[in-house]
Design a protein around this ligand. Structure first.
Ligand code: CMP
Length: 377
């Protein structure tokens, strides 16, 4: 958190340092701030390098005396060459080196803009973006090639039809490329516009192609993000589902099916999950923790591996009891629509749930006794 504040302060100092009125009056202060921050980042770089040389695994470093000096150097170099190592390097060195090399204070401070890369460490979504770009690289490169083809054709055609009327703007293909880029990206600065009828028609076609290309690009990225997030949550949910003995007993096929359908819920202690008398549209599996079912004859405790909330889904009637967490609990939630689909595809699971539901409905626990503890169904 402190580092994020330091980065914010540093980048703000770089920004205001480019305003002549501020830079003229506070040049010394701004350079001092830049040097202090660069010093802090340098200290951080050294500490991280030392930690990395001890922590990262490297071949040949298992020995009775711990990692050998060579293994430590290898580990340190590996970290230094990693993306985070390079970001920390860029944050620590350029400003002091530029000042030492005799660059003007104003120009040397501009290297402080590189500090913004430090935020990558605190933003897991950047890693996600990297994975999406890697996964979708073929489709993205395909769109990029289509973009390049349209660009070259547009610039060539614009040069052909406009060069007579506007030799300055369209007299060569490189000159026409500027118009093609601003039109294809639908930026439209308007500094160069076609004036002939064929040129304007070409402009319209290029704009439409531009919108299409960017829509394609956005669609690929959006789908990539959605798939990656789904993949990650699948892996996390898989681990939880595999911990429920009921699914475990029914085999990996059931675990895979359930993983796609279940949603994780993290609840604190004493939170109401189900209220008696309300309509029910989902059931729950206890993965970790404990819940209490408040029946007229006293609370019944359900531990990890149990399920509840199935009665309303089977009978279509309102909830028969209030259920609340006893301590911090992880639940998996199954929607009624998915419950029905699952009941059709996995009858063995439906049978277990129905048997337990029948047992619960027929159960008449004696009043005022200690909470009954129910082990996994
Ligand atoms: P439902 O009626 O949908 O919502 C309340 C839930 O509490 C109910 O489904 C059951 O899953 C659970 N429940 C009700 N009675 C008992 C019981 N006697 N033992 C264990 N669980 C129960």
């Amino acid at each position: 958190m402190l580092e994020v504040l330091a980065v914010g302060l540093g980048v703000a100092a770089v920004f205001v340092g480019t305003m002549p009125a501020v830079a003229g009056r506070f040049d010394g202060v701004l350079t001092g701030v830049a040097l202090v921050l660069a010093g802090l980042f340098l200290a951080e770089y050294v500490v991280r390098l030392r930690l990395a040389s001890r922590a990262l695994p490297a071949p040949g470093d298992a020995g009775p005396g711990g990692p050998s000096p060579v293994a430590r150097i290898v580990r340190g170099l590996r970290w230094a060459a990693s993306p985070f190592g390079l970001i920390d390097l860029l944050a620590a060195f350029p400003v002091p080196i530029a000042l030492a090399a005799g660059m003007s204070t104003g120009d040397a401070r501009l290297f402080g803009a590189l500090w913004i890369f430090k935020l990558v460490r605190y933003t897991p979504a950047v890693g996600l973006l990297g994975r999406v770009l890697r996964n979708e690289r073929r489709a993205l490169v395909g769109v990029l090639v289509a973009f390049a083809i349209i660009l070259v054709l547009a610039a060539t055609l614009a040069h052909l039809v406009e060069r007579g009327d506007q030799p300055d703007a369209f007299g060569s293909i490189p000159a026409a490329l500027w118009w093609a880029v601003t039109t294809l990206t639908t930026t439209g600065y308007g500094d160069r516009v076609p004036v002939t009828m064929p040129g304007r028609m070409l402009g319209g076609v290029v704009m439409i192609c531009g919108i299409g290309t960017f829509a394609l690009w956005a669609g690929i990225l959006a789908t990539g993000f959605a798939q990656e997030i789904r993949r990650q949550s699948f892996l996390e949910t898989w681990d939880l589902v595999a911990r429920v003995p009921l699914f475990h007993a029914l085999g990996p096929g059931t675990i895979a099916d359930m993983t796609r359908l279940l949603r994780r819920l993290d609840l604190g202690a004493e939170q109401i999950v189900i209220r008696e008398g309300r309509p029910g549209d989902c059931m729950y599996f206890v993965v970790e923790g404990e819940v209490a079912v408040h029946t007229p004859s006293g609370p019944i405790l359900l531990e990890a591996g149990s399920f509840f909330g199935e009665l309303a889904l089977i009978t279509g009637e309102p909830r028969t009891a209030t259920v609340r967490t006893v301590r911090p609990t992880i639940l998996l939630e199954l929607d009624v629509v998915d419950f029905r689909a699952l009941a059709a595809s996995r009858p063995e699971l439906l049978r277990i749930v129905e048997d337990e539901a029948a047992r619960r409905r027929s159960q008449r626990p004696a009043a005022n006794r200690d909470p009954a503890r129910v082990s996994p169904a």
